[in-house]
Structure formats: structure tokens, C-alpha cells
Design a binder for this molecule. Structure first.
Ligand code: BDP
Length: 594
């Protein structure tokens, strides 16, 4: 699937704006055919946005189930004879879409794109009705998992991840026209041979018999540096300007389908020439060791929830730059493609994560309420879950394979990993990732409950990624003991001979709460906690990165563990610095990669 683009041969029309919207608490919309006409009793809803926080009533805020969106759009008059596609960048967690009376697509998974070919159903100039039934419920066969428990007051959704289960159409919706003979996919893999950059490419096309595939590579000034005919090949760029941390230099690869002298289709793929590789305990980008400084983040903003918004994105990247970060993890799901583009353009290194978070019922208990489940069993996360998980790994890699910013795939966050069931579940998933992308390291994020010596899944990973909360969830307020046990565990991991990234370490901190001596929840404690962790990391050669949890405070389920959400941010939810952000800035800006 290629992204909607305006090119010499392609045109797109945004469907973002106000749509009609309605909850379906009784789940009758599908039986009653709500797509067959104008949505009755609808209220306006912004697209893109999570629906949950735009309203003032608890029912809508907490709603789990089917919600219906509807809009009308006129297919541009000039699109007659073209291939016409309806493209959703995401709908959380699944959607079925109708155009007028016909169902055109169903898609499972809340953070990746899907589309429907409307060519045979619509014509240029026609006004069409688009209806989407979006569903945000979670079950043991969804990624992420969840379940519904019966309570005296009715069904209640439970899930084992620590961020609010926002729902809705979270990213842009497009109508797109391409030629019927069209480009369908492009894959680039870059390499370095001395001062020469190599760009291996493979282009897939549809109805392209007799057509020539041509690729033209241009530098950032638009000057052609290489070209080739054929659906596959290798381009060579003498004196290539490499993509690297802090230097988001991008070439443009124009892919064309040519009929005699006519360009039938054209699509632009940005290309950053770089390599990524693990060597012993080092993580190498362009053969140079890198040290990751940054955060686990969230797509989470006041009012709009999990929606993508360019203004918020720019603020977040400005803060990353200000604080001296060079990396982040897309905890705990694929982020908007605009975010990935921005990271490409700014030379930010990204650990790209699937939505497989909460495959760990052992963690449930206190925080999430769901207790007494076995993680991997026929009744809970099972073969079907594994199939869905494998598919989401493939889909994520298909979407993000060409982003130079992506240096590592994370196939899950904090799953159960100390049991035979976990080992059986995960072994084939690493193969799925490596088959889909043999070029990047693959890992998963290990949880404290499976410390060194007990984890049975890290053996499959190219690098070790650890979330650790010594001094917070264990030894709270006792940083002296925390430092000792943390050092001991980390030394154990270092003996594995793989690079280690600390993908989470953090302490909830209520902005403005000050205490001397420092106590948990105060800004002073967050500083002491960071200092303790940094001493532990600096003493361990195998540590190649620190990503503090979290970039900013974020929304979670309500409960006695969370005060208006998770408060482990270096920044507040409205993106202002806590003392910790200034502290990190001093460390990170003063630090050279080791
Ligand atoms: C880890 C999770 C993360 C949570 C964090 C926390 O990976 O999603 O928000 O802990 O408890 O378990 O703050």
C-alpha cells in the first residue's frame, strides 16, 4: 500500500473535518443498517480526534463498543477513468466502512492504515456517503488484549496497559485518485561502500505489463544523482550525504511507470542513506556507535486524545530538540506517519513498536483490576492472538520499512516472558519480523517480573530492552538499595554480550510538589531518581541508550494508582518542563555519544 500523495499522476482530497457521529450502546447499528441513510440522532465529531475527551459526559468518555461516523464527499469531477481509493490512516481499534449502501472494507488493528478500492462503485463528480463503524473494544484475540467482565452495573472493559483506551478516527482520511495502471509498493534498503551510498530498490506495480519501471534519485536540492530502469536494482551515489543522528538528510526517489515517453504513474519515496547494525554490545549507525538519549512517548494530548495534530507534533519535536534527545520509542503502538516523516527529517532515531502491550496478566492486579487470568492459554492469548500479532508485525514493517529513522523493531512491550508459554508464543514472531525485514535489529521490551536469569524470550532478541522501576515500584523512596539491586541485575544482562537500551525508567512526579528531603512524587525525588539511574547506566559499558519514562504526563484509566493520569513525564501533559526536563537537558546536551 502506498501513501496518498499529490504527484504528476496522483491526486488526493482530505475528508478531515466535522463528521456526523453517534454511539451505539445497544449494538444495533449493524442489524439496523445505519449506513443505509443519513445517521439519525447524530452529533458533530471532529476527524481526526479521539471522541472521548471532546464531551462532558462520562458515558461517552468511557464508551466501549461501536461508534458510527458519517460524512458526504464529492468525488472530484476530473477523476473519471481513474482508480479511486478511500484511505484511512487509522481507526482505533477496528472499523468497517460503507460507501453509500455497500460495505467496502473491514480492518482490525487501531494504529495502521487501511483502504478500499472504490473504482467500480463511484464516478467523478458523484456525491457519496461514507459511513464508518469504529469499535474500540478489546478482547483476548485483539492486539492489544483486553476482556469484558460482567459487573452488577453491566459489562466493564478491562485491559492490561497503562494508557487510556481512546477510540475513534485518530488520523486523516483521504480520497485518492491514481491511474489504473499504477505503482503499488516500493521498498528501499540503503548501504554504504566507502564514500558511495547504495540504494537497493524494489518496485511493485499493478496492470503494468509492457510498461517500464523507472526510478530517479534526486538530492535535497533536486539535482538528479542516479537513475535506473527496471522494477528492481541498485543505485549508487558517489560522495553520498548520509542520514544520521541529528542530520536528517533525505534524497527523493521518484518511482515512475512509463509507457513509451509518457509517465503513466509517479510516486515519491524519501530515502535516507544509512546503515544500522549491532556489533557485540554496540549499536552502530553508519558503523559508528550511537547512544540513545530520549523517551518512551505517547500519542496523547489534552482534548484530542490520541489524534494526530501537526501543531502538537511540532511542539513535541521542539521539546525533544531543546532537551537534547536524539531518539524515542513509539511506546506502545505505531505512531502517525507524519511523526515518522518528521523524525526522518530531523535525524531522530526511533525504536518502532507494535501495539502488543499488556500481554501480561501477572502485571494486572493493583493497577488495572483484571486479576486471575493466565496470559497464554487456549482461553486467553492463544494461537489466534499470535496470528493477529504476526499480522500486525508484518503490517507495521510494511508501513515503516522505508523510514531511515527506524533503527529497531520492538515486537512487544512488557509481555510475560518467563514461562514456556511465552517462549512458544514469541519464538515464531521474531522470525516473522526478520523475514519481513532482514536489515534491522529486532527486540522486545522486557518487564521487571522477568529479570535477568528468568527471561526466556530475550534469547531471541538482537538487543536487550529493559523497563526498570527500582526506586519506584520496588524500593520506593529507598534509592540506596535501589541502586544496589539495579546494578546487580544490569551486570547480569551485560554478561549476555548484547547491547542494552533502558527503554523505561521513571518516577511519578506531581509538577509543583517540592520536598526536602526528597520524597516520592516530588520534583526533587524525580531528580534524585534520575541521578541514581544514570550512575547505574554510566557504570555499565553494554548500555547504549536511556529512554526515560515518559516524555510527558499522559492519560490512563482512573484509579488509586494514577492522579489524573500517569505523572512520570519530564514534561507536563500541556508540554511545560518539570525540573527533571532541565536536569535531563544538562546531562544530554553535555554528553557526547560514547
Ligand atoms: C510500564 C509500562 C508503561 C507504564 C509504566 C508505568 O510499560 O506503559 O506506563 O510502566 O507504570 O509497566 O508508569
Amino acid at each position: 500500500m502506498l501513501r496518498p500523495q499529490d504527484t504528476d499522476t496522483r491526486e488526493r482530497k482530505s475528508l478531515d473535518g466535522l463528521w456526523d457521529f453517534r454511539l451505539d450502546p445497544d449494538g444495533v447499528g449493524r442489524q439496523d443498517g445505519w449506513w443505509r441513510g443519513p445517521l439519525a440522532d447524530a452529533r458533530p465529531m471532529a476527524v481526526p480526534a479521539s471522541f472521548n475527551d471532546l464531551v462532558t459526559d462520562l458515558e461517552t468518555h468511557n464508551f466501549v463498543g461501536d461508534v458510527w461516523y458519517q460524512t458526504q464527499v464529492r468525488v472530484p469531477r476530473g477523476w473519471g477513468g481513474q482508480r479511486i481509493v478511500l484511505h484511512f490512516e487509522s481507526a482505533t481499534h477496528r472499523a468497517t466502512v460503507w460507501v453509500d449502501d455497500a460495505e467496502v472494507v473491514s480492518h482490525e488493528g487501531g494504529y495502521l492504515p487501511f483502504e478500499a478500492d472504490l473504482t467500480d462503485r463511484v464516478s467523478g463528480g458523484e456525491l457519496i456517503r461514507v459511513t464508518a463503524c469504529v469499535n474500540n473494544s478489546l478482547n483476548f484475540q485483539s492486539i492489544p488484549p483486553g476482556t469484558t467482565e460482567q459487573t452488577p452495573a453491566g459489562p466493564r472493559q478491562i485491559y492490561w496497559h497503562d494508557f487510556f483506551n481512546y477510540g475513534g478516527i485518530h488520523r486523516s482520511v483521504w480520497l485518492l485518485a491514481t491511474p489504473t495502471r499504477h505503482l503499488d509498493d516500493v521498498t528501499v534498503v540503503t548501504g554504504i561502500e566507502g564514500a558511495t551510498g547504495t540504494v537497493s530498490y524494489a518496485v511493485r506495480s499493478v496492470r503494468a505489463d509492457g510498461l517500464v519501471t523507472r526510478v530517479v534519485l534526486r538530492d535535497a536540492a533536486g539535482v538528479e544523482v542516479a537513475r535506473s530502469d527496471g522494477a528492481e536494482g541498485v543505485l549508487r551515489v558517489a560522495g553520498a550525504h548520509l542520514w544520521g543522528p541529528g542530520d536528517g538528510y533525505l534524497y527523493d526517489l521518484e518511482c515512475q511507470l512509463i509507457d513509451a515517453d509518457t509517465v503513466v504513474d509517479s510516486y515519491h519515496q524519501s530515502v535516507g542513506i544509512r546503515t544500522v547494525r549491532i556489533d557485540g554490545t554496540r549499536l552502530l549507525v553508519n558503523e559508528k556507535p550511537v547512544y540513545l538519549k530520549g523517551f518512551g512517548m505517547h500519542e496523547d494530548h489534552i482534548t484530542i486524545g490520541k489524534a494526530h495534530d501537526n501543531a502538537s507534533m511540532i511542539r513535541d519535536f521542539e521539546l525533544l530538540e531543546w532537551v537534547g534527545a536524539n531518539s524515542f520509542r513509539t511506546s506502545h503502538y505505531p505512531y502517525s506517519e507524519q511523526v515518522m516523516d518528521f523524525a526522518d527529517r530531523h535525524g531522530i532515531l526511533v525504536i518502532d513498536e507494535t501495539p502488543a502491550v499488556g500481554l501480561n496478566q501477572g502485571l494486572g492486579g493493583g493497577i488495572f483490576g483484571g486479576q486471575g487470568y493466565v496470559t497464554f492459554s487456549a482461553e486467553t492469548s492463544n494461537d489466534e492472538t499470535q496470528r493477529v500479532h504476526a499480522q500486525v508485525i508484518r503490517d507495521l514493517i510494511a508501513r515503516d520499512k522505508n523510514h531511515p529513522c527506524v533503527i529497531v523493531w520492538s515486537i512487544a512491550n512488557e509481555p510475560e516472558s518467563d514461562t514456556e508459554g511465552a517462549e512458544d508464543y514469541f519464538r515464531p514472531l521474531f522470525d516473522v519480523a526478520r523475514e519481513a525485514d532482514p536489515t534491522r535489529p529486532v527486540g522486545f521490551v522486557n518487564v521487571m517480573l522477568a529479570p535477568h536469569g528468568r527471561c526466556r524470550v530475550s534469547q531471541f532478541a538482537d538487543l536487550i530492552m529493559l523497563n526498570r522501576y527500582y526506586g519506584w515500584y520496588v524500593q520506593p523512596g529507598d534509592l540506596t538499595n535501589a541502586e544496589l539491586v539495579w546494578t546487580t541485575e544490569l551486570n547480569g544482562w551485560a554478561s549476555e554480550g548484547k547491547p542494552i537500551v533502558i527503554t523505561e525508567y521513571g518516577a511519578d512526579t506531581y509538577a509543583g510538589l517540592h520536598q526536602l528531603p526528597a520524597q516520592p512524587w516530588s520534583e526533587e525525588y524525580q531528580l534524585d531518581y534520575l541521578d541514581m539511574n544514570h550512575r547505574v547506566f554510566d557504570a555499565c559499558d553494554a548500555v547504549v541508550g536511556e529512554q526515560m519514562w515518559n516524555f510527558a504526563d499522559f492519560m490512563t484509566v482512573s484509579g488509586f494508582m494514577r492522579v489524573g493520569g500517569n505523572k512520570k513525564g519530564a514534561f507536563t501533559r500541556d508540554r511545560q518542563p518539570k525540573m527533571a526536563a532541565h536536569h535531563l537537558r544538562r546531562r544530554w546536551r553535555g554528553m557526547d555519544t560514547r
